[in-house]
Every structure is written in structure tokens, then in C-alpha cells.
Design a binder for this molecule. Sequence first.
Ligand code: GCU
Length: 412
Amino acid sequence: FLIQLAILPACFAQHPNEAAVDYHLPDVLRTQSGKEINTVADWEKIRRPEVIALFEKNVQGKTPVKNIPLRFVPLSVSHNALNGTATRKQVRVYFSRNEKYYMDILLYLPKNKPVPVFVGLNFGGNQVVNADTGILISKRWVKYATEPAYKNHLGTAASRGVQSNDWCVEKIIAAGYGVATVYYGDLQPDSVNSVNAGVAPLFYTKGQKEPAADEWGAIGVWAWGLSRALDYMETDGDIDAKKVIVMGHSRLGKTALWAGAQDQRFAMVISNNSGEGGAAITRRKYGETIAVMNKAFPHWFCGNFKKYNDKEDELPVDFHELIALIAPRPVYIASASQDQWADPLGEYLSGWYATPVYALYGLKGLSTPVPLGISQPVGDGVIGYHLRKGEHAITPYDWDQYIRFANRFFNK
Ligand code: GCU
């Protein structure tokens, strides 16, 4: 699996000893018992369920199978949002009769209904995505909370629009897409030992106090919330629920990939700088590693994932297989040149090593193991990729590429 270093663009920083980095990836098209997979039918019936089960058991943990009755309560609607260009809706989704279990969906929809929609979780409460004063300020605890936008980890009016550059709502609306977002802390606070402050207890069996070692962590809980947002969208006639694109940045990019892998109703998946536990090949051991991530964020993945601290090569899957689970649906992976922590080359390579699964469907993935350089997006196949110049972030440049890629599939 060594790539030809001589022709690798310099912007993809390498291990100091890249030439010595050798690793053996699990073959996405070979079952654990050694059967070679070469038809779509065998992929879908045999290998895909096997790969999903391996991720469930060892990485993100199983999402409990329990039908939670949802209650959708409209909180507000304005047909005149964003200078009359969009409809804004806010919908509260209750997960239980106990009203502390809810998430709020904020939607902006352009006038060309029914519309395709980008859906993603946000980091700071719905009010951060736009300065629109009609957005209800979240009352939930926020992890990264600096004053004056937050006081005691709760959003203030000064938090309105503080992440509007990450969301580019006006740009997305102008392109004819809707935006739907939910604050990830509505589902589970992003902190160690907070599992019982999220929705997980709704799924416990009698006497259970925390998820078992092979049951979900926070990433699984957050991904579950994205699917529940899609449940709502399926009931909203203004939305084309067959064209819902799930996206996320960083830890929420790891979440978007897992949501898209499990829930095949998502029509396209976008990973923005998702890195370790997301798009990056973990066996490269470049940038963040499993041990480092599990130490800093033990609540993200399942208990069993800790077994692979410093033992990447023993993990029965690698993250190209997470990308492969999205096939045949379009997937876009984005990296940033100064985000070496997320291993841009490893993120690209997972698209490359997922390509054989797309090929089974007769679809084009990535055409070479050697990525192009900065600001040269690849998006003529069903796997898109770009390396943006700059830091770990989601920016207007990233959104321009996502919109352009989505346009190819959703005929805009
Ligand atoms: C940390 C963490 C990453 C994660 C990132 C983020 O840097 O190590 O794994 O992707 O936070 O979510 O911003």
C-alpha cells in the first residue's frame, strides 16, 4: 500500500519516515472467512452487513434497536426569513413523554419546493448558524463556550450568528438547497461521563446504567439524532426527503459518516475534516491515533474501541470501509492543508481504497492513489475530494465544492 512518494504533492505532509510506513489494510471485498466478493448482490447480502457489524462491535458501538415514538411540535414558521428568500421553520422533536428528551430542528428552505436539503449537527446551539434574531437560543449546556457568546456554558444573545461562516446559509439557499440543523448537545452533551444526560437512557433495558462495551457512544447517539431529523423531513412536504445530504465537520464529520453508513435514506454524505475515527485510515498512525483520541474523548466511541489503543493493526476494519458503506451513494471527503492532525492523505486514501466497492456498481470513485494538490477538487466520479488551503474548519470554499458536487446528482 505504499504510494509513489516522488509524485505526491508537497502539501500532503508525510510521516518523517513515510517510505517506511507499511500497513496492511483489511480487503473491503473479502469476508472475514476469506470469501472474495465480486458482485453487488454478495456485497449487499454478505460483506456489507459483516462490515457494519464489525464497526458496531468494535468502533462506534451498536445503535439500540427500539422504536421511539416521535412527536413533532412546530415552534415557529416564518415565510419571510433572510430578506424574504427563505422559509424558516423550527420544530421540536420529543423522544418521550418526559419533556426533557427533545431536539430542536432549525430549517431554512428556499422557495423552489420540494427542496433537497443539507442536514448537519452544529456545535454551539442553533442560534450560532445565522444572525437571524428569529432563531430560538438553545438552553442546553455548550462545551466550547467563551464569553460573551456564552455565560456559564449557556448561549447568550451574543452567540447569534457566531458560526455563520461555517454554515453559509445564504449561499446554500441561493443555490436552491435547504439547510437543516440540530444542536448536537440536544442529543448528548459532549463531555466525559455525560451519557446519562443524553437520550441513551431511553434505550436501557431494566437495571441498565450505561451502554455495554459494544453499544453506542456519543457519536452513535448523535448519528441517531440525524436519522430522527430525517424522519421529520420525510413528513414535511416542502422537503424532497429522497435528496437529503448529511454533512458534518470534524467530530460531527465522524458522526455524519456513521449516520450515512447506517441509514441508507441519506442520499449523499459529506465529511469535512473528519480525521481519526472518520475518513482517515487509522493504520497510517499519522496525526491523531486511536489511543490519543480515546484518551481525550473516551465518550465518543464504544467501550470495545479502547482495545485498539496502540493496536491499530488488530482492528478488524479500517476507515476506507466506512466510506465503502456509503456506496453506491455519493460521498465527498474534504481535508485542509494545515489540518495535519486529521491526516489529509489518510482521508484521501480512504476514498481511494473504497473505490473498488463503487466499481462493483459500475461507478467511478477516485482514479488514482496520488491526490492532486491544494484547491484542485476532484468531483467527476461518485467520490469527491478536495484539499483546501488553511486550517481545521468549514469555510465558504468547502460549501462551494459541496454545492457543485451535489448539483451533479440532484440536477440543479
Ligand atoms: C479534536 C479531536 C479530533 C476532532 C476535533 C474536532 O481535535 O482530536 O478527533 O475531529 O477535535 O471535533 O474539532
